[in-house]
Design a protein around this ligand. Structure first.
Ligand code: 5AD
Ligand code: FES
Length: 365
């Protein structure tokens, strides 16, 4: 290893402000540099947000979707998927399970649907969950692009965090990944993020990593975008091709899966170093590549895990990408399994705690 280069890398790691070039250098780290990057991100994580990992029980309650994103297995145009929609009772049961298992929070995610009936249904469910759990269960929702009025009604009903991935902060790349129409408009997505923040949600975004056409410069810009937008939470994971999607045709141009995985870990580590006190989720897509993927992400900077608590029979139909993990498990199987796994990753579990983004509180002080 060249000594001057080594020094440069170490110098970057000790900075508090980062240029785009610095970030590209961190994202490109290999060998010993990569080890240094991971050691630094672990150190910053423990210093800023501690060793605790917080659980968010995730229920993917419906795969009915009005969108046609080129990467996603449950896109509207994929007629090979059997569509499901859990009943209110099943969703409430999942929330009760999360509460009783000591998961501090509950995440409700589905395909994107916008209708007065859907808005009303979610609003009612949110109120019921809050009531049923004596306001003890934190609630995150991830229900796509909606009007300001809808976001406000859900906020008033008790949701306090919202996840809406920007997917890529680069407009041109975004356009290559989505149909060119009104329902897939980059500006609209961005406006939604600003609206969520204005309403007062802890706002989360994220991107897919190692997409076709994506460069390290794009990823560096994604990190700068998160910083500039001042996000509270991030969930991001590797892109995994799905055969029934238009992007599948570019599969030969992708990095091998293990490289995508490592790049995703470097993104997490770099983001931790740049944004220090935010919440970072270890995405399930990591686990689809490596069975210990989420634990590895926790070691390099992630502090949130979203165990899937969707009732087992439905999991198989919520396949955004290939090789989705745990599709044959039932929620209770994941509790024990995760406990052991997290302890192995040199972390503790924040049972029964909301584990809110510290960044959110600081920016609202
Ligand atoms: N690979 C990885 N992540 C995907 N998502 C959708 N399709 C894929 C895929 N093929 C991610 C998107 C979306 C989130 C719910 O899942 O980022 O926002
Ligand atoms: Fe689902 Fe282990 S996390 S079985």
């Amino acid at each position: 290893m060249n000594k001057t280069r080594m020094k440069t890398f170490t110098t970057i790691l000790s900075q508090k402000e980062f240029s785009k070039q610095d970030i590209v250098t961190l994202l490109a780290a290999q060998g010993n540099d990569e080890k240094l990057l991971f050691a630094r991100s672990k150190e910053i994580k423990e210093l800023e947000v501690g060793k605790k990992v917080y659980y968010r029980g995730l229920v993917e309650f419906s795969n009915i979707c009005s969108k046609d994103c080129f990467y996603c297995g449950i896109r509207k145009g994929n007629t090979g998927v059997s569509r499901f929609n859990l009943s209110d009772e099943q969703i409430l049961k999942a929330a009760d399970f999360a509460h009783k298992s000591g998961y501090g929070s509950f995440v409700m995610q589905s395909g994107e649907i916008s209708s007065p009936a859907f808005t009303g249904r979610i609003e009612k469910l949110l109120r019921e969950i809050k009531h049923m759990t004596n306001d003890e269960l934190g609630i995150t929702i991830s229900l796509g692009e909606q009007t300001e009025e809808t976001y406000q009604r859900w906020f008033n009903a008790g949701a306090h965090r919202y996840l809406l991935r920007i997917e890529s902060s680069n407009r041109e790349l975004y356009q290559k990944l989505h149909p060119n129409d009104e329902t897939h408009d980059y500006q609209k997505r961005l406006d939604c993020l600003y609206t969520l923040k204005k309403i007062g949600y802890q706002t989360g975004t994220g991107v897919m990593i190692a997409l076709p056409f994506q460069t390290l410069e794009h990823l560096a810009d994604d990190i700068l975008f998160m910083k500039e937008f001042d996000v509270d939470m991030v969930g991001m994971g590797p892109y995994i091709e799905h055969p029934d999607t238009p992007l599948y045709q570019y599969r030969s141009e992708l990095l091998p899966l293990n490289e995508r995985f490592k790049l995703a870990l470097r993104m997490i580590a770099t983001l931790r170093i740049v944004m220090r006190d935010i919440n970072i989720a270890a995405a399930t897509a990591l686990q689809a590549i490596d069975p210990l993927g989420r634990e590895k992400a926790v070691k390099v900077g992630a502090n949130i895990i979203m165990p899937n608590i969707t009732p087992g029979t439905y999991r198989n139909n919520y396949k955004l990408y290939e090789n989705k993990p745990c599709v044959d498990e039932e929620p209770q199987d994941c509790v024990k399994c995760l406990d052991v796994r997290i302890k192995l990753a040199d972390a503790e579990i924040g049972y029964g705690e909301w584990g809110d983004s510290q960044h959110f509180y600081k920016r609202n002080e």
